[in-house]
Ligand binder design. Structure first.
Ligand SMILES: Cc1cc2nc3c(=O)[nH]c(=O)nc-3n(C[C@H](O)[C@H](O)[C@H](O)COP(=O)(O)OP(=O)(O)OC[C@H]3O[C@@H](n4cnc5c(N)ncnc54)[C@H](O)[C@@H]3O)c2cc1C
Length: 329
């Protein structure tokens, strides 16, 4: 790890000022992504601004939804009584991620900004990585690795967005709150991330210095059923090969409202309005679910190593919809 300056901010304004003053500075929250990447020589910030002492921790609720401050840990959010009762897909997405030790360190803001798990991005010995070095190429496309993305990718970059929580939150229309040198703003999470297809090195709409201060998660209708299904190579401590966050409001066998997002397959958490359109006003049955799944993977761009994910993502989505609707196979 290269030497770096360390500064601990005591309030939000100070943190934003410290970061904005140095174009090669980064925030440090739980450190479970940031420090890994620094130790591996992938990132080399000149300064780390420690935000862990900022007053940005805790969970409240009102009519607008659940308000989660950015330094709340993954474990704290999973254990929150409102999450347990009203947001099963958020709880499942959190508890199916990482390990208990990591979830006790990892913050919600850091989780949403975790970096790609692409092994080429994470290996500075590999020269071709458009995410690390724009214009250098993409070594991953010549490989048969299975963990890459198939949606929102191209020959320029196939890196996967790995957060489970973000998949649940885009399905729920969560809003992320930011504070920077130009003041405060709120951005729907569905508009927060950028696809690797366009600019692999720019992963989201954050301006340098902007701090995530919190996230608001609106409630689903009281009659909705919802869930998060994660399919992976081993039962725990593993990233998703494919996952689905789903919610349905069904009356007399007909779907009135649907939310669908896919994980493990996109360069960003993949909300599928196409699948939702198929589901809405349709009968809640296997045929509808399969049609929605086919719509969700439209436009997939695959490599020999990732082609299986087109089928896997569809099966994962159909199973998730079956699970929450009680429709038998
Ligand atoms: C072995 C392992 C397994 C894992 N498995 C999973 C998994 O299955 N599913 C899953 O979803 N995740 C998984 N993760 C990722 C883990 O959830 C993230 O590393 C963690 O959530 C990041 O949070 P942090 O607080 O440690 O962030 P940090 O590492 O401190 O920061 C991450 C990034 O976010 C920036 N940042 C942090 N907070 C803010 C803020 N408030 N505003 C602006 N920028 C900020 C930092 O500058 C940095 O760029 C795994 C991680 C590891 C190491």
């Amino acid at each position: 790890m290269l030497p770096f300056d360390y500064a601990r901010a005591t309030d939000v304004d100070e943190a934003v000022n410290l970061l904005a003053a140095d174009t090669n500075a980064s925030y440090l929250a739980g450190g479970t992504t940031q420090l890994d990447l620094m130790k591996d020589g992938v990132l080399a910030p000149e300064r780390l601004v420690d935000i862990t002492r900022l007053p940005m921790r805790g969970i409240t609720r009102d009519d607008d939804g659940l308000h989660v401050a950015a330094l709340t840990t993954m474990e704290e959010l999973a254990a929150d009584s409102t999450v347990v009762e009203d947001f099963p897909l958020v709880r499942q997405a959190l508890l199916l991620g990482a390990s208990t030790q990591l979830r006790n360190m990892a913050t919600i803001g850091g989780n949403l900004l975790q970096r790609a798990r692409c092994r080429y991005f994470r290996d500075p010995g590999v020269a071709e990585c458009n995410k690390r070095e724009p214009g250098s190429g993409c070594a991953a496309v010549a490989d048969s690795a299975r963990m890459h993305a198939i949606l929102g990718v191209s020959e320029r970059c196939v890196a996967l967005h790995a957060s489970d929580l973000a998949v649940a939150l885009v399905a729920l229309d969560a809003v992320v709150h930011l504070q920077g040198m130009s003041g405060r703003r709120s951005v729907p999470l569905t508009q927060f991330y950028r696809e690797a297809r366009t600019s692999p090195d720019v992963e989201n709409v954050l301006v340098h210095g902007e701090l995530i201060t919190g996230v608001t998660i609106p409630f689903l209708p009281a009659t909705a059923t919802s869930g998060y299904l994660k399919v992976r190579d081993r039962a725990s401590y593993e990233f998703a090969l494919a996952s689905a966050a789903v919610a349905l409001v069904t009356q007399d066998g007909t779907i009135g409202q649907a939310r669908v997002a896919l994980g493990g397959v996109g360069s960003k958490p993949w909300r599928s309005l196409e699948a939702e359109q198929v589901l809405t006003d349709a009968p809640a049955n296997e045929e509808t679910f399969r049609e929605a799944a086919a719509a969700a993977v439209q436009g997939a761009w695959t490599l020999p190593g990732t082609a299986f994910k087109v089928e896997l993502a569809q099966r994962t989505l159909v199973r998730a919809l079956r699970n929450i609707s009680g429709v038998a196979q």
